[in-house]
Design a protein around this ligand. Sequence first.
Ligand SMILES: [Zn+2]
Length: 274
Amino acid sequence: MSPGSMICPNCEKLISVDAERCPFCGAWRPGMYGVTPKLHRLFGRKLDLDSVIIVSCVVLYVVALVLQPSAIFQWQGIFNILSPGSRALYQLGMTGGLAWQSGWWWTIFSAIYLHGGLLHIFFNLMWVRQLGPNVTEVYGPARSFVIFTVAGALGFLVSNLVTGVPTIGASGSIFGLLAALIVYGRRRHISMLSAQLWQWAIVLFVMGFFMSGVNNWAHLGGFAGGWGAASLMRFGDEKRESPQLQILALALLALTAYAVVMSFITVTRVMLRT
Ligand SMILES: [Zn+2]
């Protein structure tokens, strides 16, 4: 492919980057002034969103422990080994509780990447590693990240509206990934896959009622969010990800980073005042 040519994101034929309209399908400005090929390269090779999710969770977990080290040594039982303190978690963007009462809406994005203990983060990241690459393979990386984010945020929105308890964790997003794969199994009539995934989702959901501190509303909302988002999307082998969708994924990534920074600034300012 010469530097001036690209694949039309609409009809997938080889066209010029500078084309006003695609000569094959008539799409307007398919190159978006040179942005489209850059996005395709970014999502094609450089940006592994599964790794971005996992690394972000681990980094924020360590930062949460460092911000409030006293919480590390408080023994609160097996499910709370190495639990970050709630002050540190609010600083990094925990949602519900004080954050929701104070109107910090952006925490529904940051809270996805925070975890309350070693087992919590271990199990969640294991699920991300298990499901993430499959969802990415089926939908494409940008669509997968949109599904992950929409599911997690909707899960927390539901939880905040129904219970309002302080809450964190990627499990709402994980339920969203499960739902997205079920949507795939249904549309492609792979009933074995759907049945297996339904079984996982139900077992995971029921398990939530037997463990303390599990946010079942976030799980339910995450599943619904993942289902809804995935239903609106095409699969990777049907249609390449559009530049608009890739920009949406990057925007959600930026919004999440903004949410962590905003939380840190806002909560630290409140702490310094009191
Ligand atoms: Zn075209």
